[in-house]
Structure formats: structure tokens, C-alpha cells
Design a protein around this ligand. Structure first.
Ligand SMILES: *Cc1c(COP(=O)(O)O)cnc(C)c1O
Length: 437
């Protein structure tokens, strides 16, 4: 009945997540509030891990792409479930460090890592720095050299496949800020250069072809293209690359029309392609890494808001405004992302009118959902926006000086705070009025 398995309607006919009644959560923590179902997050982690173990016979690793939901508690869960972590900034790396995450399972991505970030990564002995470009290769080598270390690196490759939801193109991806291209020889060139350097060790290659993808074909194609590159490197440079990282990007159900493939099916199919191409190209089967973010946490999360003003502009549109908006979920404003919603206090009420859910920020584009069928909504109702577990908290801002909502994790009827609510003190924490102003 809902887009996410995390939800049900309980005996009080309220929305329930992780055994907790949403109206009780609101009484205890206020609104807006992010709620995450711990059980479902763990279930998703296990699904990925078990599939990888099965289809690659233990010769693989699942990383949680932390940018989807980077908090210390989430790092702890990923660790407990045997996942590695992908980070893309010093701040994400620091979060993992402070959570006590094992650094030999951390990969560092990004197209413009700073010297400080690279230094932190090398000092922390992380498993892999995924080098994006030649300038960065030199920087990593220089920093490692000063420390008398050898950095273990892989390369971000543009496989020439660009996939988003229901379409993908096989050319043109050369126009991307990420990585080095195959078709113009950049990729082979950077590997050649790396082999000649003293303080880096080439361990792998990496690609990430897009996000919220529903098809198998682009993933299979990417694996093929990358393995062909590994074969080319072996033939032309005499180096057998031992690790293939296929990135993330698996789609999830935001609205009922979305129909994602089962992750187990995806992993099974790609593993067959990997095995086949390795035999055909006479290369050793590499260690395979994948990096799901969204598909591990998105459907585990909801955001609860209190409805305020309801504005019915006759024959135009009915706006329902909530006490949050683009500051806690900028995804509609950024790329017209779709979401589903229900009333947490009357989830089974008949949906009989079309409304637009708006935030409280000072932007006309501050919408959460445009044109959704809902029951008649009154001020004071509790609105739950569904599948907000990925790229909501992690993309939140203090726009309009709005404090960030807390994150509450629920499991077996128990709720625990994992990120506290910001207050006005947090808002002005870094402000300074210079004495001579
Ligand atoms: C964003 C990203 C991911 C995760 O993507 P999802 O769509 O959340 O699965 C994985 N790897 C890299 C390099 C990324 O940039």
C-alpha cells in the first residue's frame, strides 16, 4: 500500500514505522523530523552483502556511499553489517574516523580533493584513494612521498555510458567533471604515468554511471567496458589490475510508478557478465566492489511535518504548507524529484483532492511535492513524506536560518535520537560581529 516496506497502519489507524506510531514520535520530538527505520537499513545492507558474497564467492565488497546519509550512527551500522564506506570529502572521512570505522574499508572519491584531505586520507591509512585526474595523481604521489608511504590508488574512469532512470546513452559522457575518459586515451595515459611513480600503487579502476537507474543493461555494459580496459592495460602496460569498482546508482521506489529491479538480480546478472568477459579476455577475475547509497537508506526514511496554512486558489491550485521545505529536502527544487506522501494521523483517509505541498522557505520553487492526490488536509495534520532516507538530511541546509531537524532511528517500537535538533544557538554559532564594525 505504501512505496516503502518500512510503513504500516497500526491499530490506532495511524502511520507506523519501525513499530513506532508517528503521532507519538511527533509528540516526543516535534516537527519537522527525519525518521529512519533501522531494521530496514540493516536488511538492505544484508541483502547486498549476501548477494555479493554469493555471486562473487567472497571476492567482493559492498561499500555504503556515505554521501546519501552520512552520520556517525550510520557509519556504525554499516560497520556492524560488514560493509565498507565510500567518502567524498574530509568531513565525511572525519565522520567515519570519529565513528571508529575501520579505515581499511574506506574509499575516497571526489574530483577535486584538497591537499589537506589527501593528507588526512593517507595518515588514516584508508584502503583506497580513487584518483580523478593527473594533477591529483601527482598531488597524491607528492604527499605520500613526503610521508615515506605508498598510497594505494584506483582511477575514476568515464566508461562512456551515461545512465539516468529509464534511459542511457553510450556516448557523450566525455563531457563530465568526473574522471578520465577511455575514448581519447586519457585513462590509459594516467595508468601509465602512475606506474612510473614511486609512491603510489595502482590497485584498481572505478566507474559510476549515474543514479536512480532502473535498467540492468547499462550496468552490464559498464562492467564489460571496464573489464576490456583492464585487459588493455594488461596487454599494453603489462599490469594486471586487481580490483574493479562498479559504483552505485540502483533505483528505488519513490512513487508507485517506479519499478526498481531487485538488487540480487542485478548482482547476479553483472557477476555473470564479469565472469564471462574475464574468460574471453583471459584476465584474472578482479575483486569486485560496489557502492550503493540511495538504495540502502532511501526507503528506510520518512520526514514528518506539521501542516500550517492551506491556501485554496480557486481554479488554480491548492497549496498545503508545512513547517519544513527545501532546507530539509532540496531535491524537488534541485531536480524536480518525485515523492509520495500520506497523512500520518489519517493514513487510510480517502484521497480525493489534488494539492501541492509547499515548504516555508522564501522561494516560490520551495515545493516538496507538486500535484499529489491527498485527503482533505487541515492545519495541524501530520504529513509524512516518504522515502526521504537518502540525500535529504545529507543535503539539508540552514537556508532562511532554519535549524536542521533531528534524525530519529526507530526499531522494534523503540526510538533513539541519532542527530539532535539544531537550535537558534547553532544557527549563530559561527557568526562574529568584529569589534571595529
Ligand atoms: C553518488 C555515488 C554513489 C552512490 O550513488 P547512489 O545513486 O546513491 O547509489 C556511489 N559512488 C559514487 C562515486 C558516487 O558519486
Amino acid at each position: 500500500m505504501f512505496v516503502s516496506d518500512a510503513l504500516k497502519i497500526n491499530d490506532r489507524r495511524h502511520l507506523e514505522i519501525g513499530g513506532c506510531d508517528c503521532t507519538d514520535l511527533v509528540k516526543e520530538y516535534g516537527t519537522p523530523i527525519y525518521v529512519m527505520d533501522e531494521g530496514l537499513i540493516r536488511k538492505n545492507c544484508r541483502l547486498y552483502k549476501n548477494s555479493m558474497d554469493r555471486y562473487y564467492k567472497g571476492n567482493g565488497l559492498v561499500l555504503f556511499a556515505s554521501k546519501a546519509f552520512c552520520t556517525m550512527a550510520m557509519c556504525r551500522i554499516a560497520q556492524q553489517e560488514g560493509l565498507g564506506l565510500d567518502v567524498v570529502s574530509g568531513g565525511e572521512l572525519y565522520t567515519a574516523l570519529k565513528a571508529g570505522f575501520p579505515m581499511d574499508k574506506v574509499y575516497f572519491h571526489g574530483n577535486n580533493k584538497t591537499a589537506e584531505e589527501i593528507e588526512l586520507a593517507i595518515d588514516s591509512n584508508i584502503r583506497r584513494i580513487v584518483v580523478d585526474n593527473k594533477w591529483e595523481l601527482q598531488l597524491v604521489n607528492d604527499i605520500a612521498s613526503k610521508k615515506g608511504k605508498k598510497a594505494k590508488i584506483s582511477f575514476r574512469i568515464k566508461p562512456g555510458i551515461d545512465a539516468h532512470t529509464h534511459d542511457f546513452v553510450q556516448t557523450g559522457q566525455i563531457d563530465s567533471k568526473f574522471g578520465v575518459a577511455l575514448e581519447n586515451g586519457e585513462a590509459l595515459d594516467i595508468v601509465r604515468e602512475a606506474i612510473s611513480l614511486e609512491n603510489v600503487k595502482v590497485e584498481g579502476v572505478h566507474c559510476h554511471i549515474g543514479s536512480q537507474i532502473f535498467d540492468l543493461a547499462p550496468f552490464e555494459l559498464a562492467a564489460t567496458v571496464m573489464l576490456n580496459f583492464i585487459a588493455e592495460v594488461k596487454e599494453k602496460l603489462g599490469l594486471e589490475i586487481e580490483e574493479l569498482n562498479l559504483g552505485g546508482g540502483f533505483g528505488i521506489k519513490y512513487v508507485p510508478e517506479h519499478d526498481p529491479i531487485e538488487y540480487d538480480k542485478y548482482i547476479e546478472s553483472v557477476s555473470k557478465v564479469v565472469a564471462g568477459v574475464c574468460i574471453e579476455k583471459k584476465i584474472k577475475q578482479p575483486f569486485v566492489v560496489m557502492e550503493p547509497g540511495r538504495s540502502i537508506v532511501a526507503s528506510s526514511g520518512i520526514t514528518l511535518y506539521t501542516v500550517g496554512a492551506v491556501k485554496d486558489i480557486k481554479n488554480v491550485r491548492k497549496y498545503v504548507s508545512v513547517d519544513g521545505g527545501m532546507a530539509d529536502n532540496p531535491r524537488y527544487a534541485l531536480y524536480q524529484s518525485q515523492y509520495d506522501a500520506v497523512l500520518a494521523n489519517r493514513p487510510d483517509a480517502l484521497k480525493n483532492e489534488m494539492v501541492t505541498i509547499a515548504g516555508k522557505c522564501c522561494e516560490s520553487g520551495d515545493l516538496l511535492i507538486k500535484d499529489i492526490m491527498m485527503p482533505e488536509i487541515k492545519p495541524g495534520d501530520i504529513l509524512a513524506v516518504l522515502a526521504t532516507g537518502a540525500y535529504n538530511y545529507s543535503m539539508s541546509s540552514n537556508y532562511n536560518r532554519i535549524p536542521r531537524p533531528p534524525v530519529v532511528m526507530v526499531r522494534d517500537g523503540k526510538a533513539r535520537l541519532i542527530v539532535r535538533r539544531e537550535d537558534f544557538h547553532d544557527i549563530i554559532r559561527n557568526d562574529i560581529i568584529p569589534e571595529d564594525l
